[in-house]
Design a protein around this ligand. Structure first.
Ligand code: FES
Length: 146
């Protein structure tokens, strides 16, 4: 029966709650629960801004965001990281932090990255998405907005 696990409770409901570590090391356990929130379907969910403006204003699409997105998807798949309990990579429109673009954000940690090329994407995939280690050098500065 569809949604049976939602109605009757998820088998992982007994998973211990975890909290965000203080170090740069982030959670690597799939289907992590946080207090007051449902268990996550993906361990990590990545959103790439692919917004393209035709009015002359800068946008992530002007900086090879599509190429970076395609590269990330292929690298995640090649590493065997894609799917439920693991990693999902999705397109997004403008994330309203254009001055830091091109960029992406990784949830549930809410870590924002500003990248330059596919080698930066490789580092994010290997370090953060595979090993749970934030890539400090690529972090979008916290005060960067539109
Ligand atoms: S155009 Fe990419 S964040 Fe706005």
């Amino acid at each position: 029966m569809p949604f049976d696990n939602v109605i009757n409770g998820h088998p992982n409901d007994e998973t211990p709650m975890t909290t965000q570590p203080q170090s740069a090391k982030v959670m690597t356990q799939p289907h992590v629960s946080q207090p007051g929130l449902p268990t996550t379907y993906y361990q990590r969910h990545v959103f790439f801004c692919l917004n393209e403006r035709k009015n002359g204003e800068a946008s992530c699409a002007q900086y090879q965001a599509q190429e970076a997105f395609d590269h990330c998807k292929s690298q995640v798949k090649a590493a065997g990281l894609s799917g439920p309990g693991q990693v999902r990579v999705n397109k997004a429109g403008c994330l309203d932090r254009c001055a830091g673009g091109p960029l992406l954000v990784v949830y549930p940690e809410g870590v924002w990255y500003s990248y330059v090329d596919t080698s930066d994407i490789d580092e994010i995939v290997t370090s953060h998405l595979k090993n749970g280690q934030v890539v400090q050098r690529l972090l979008t500065p916290p005060d960067i907005g539109r």
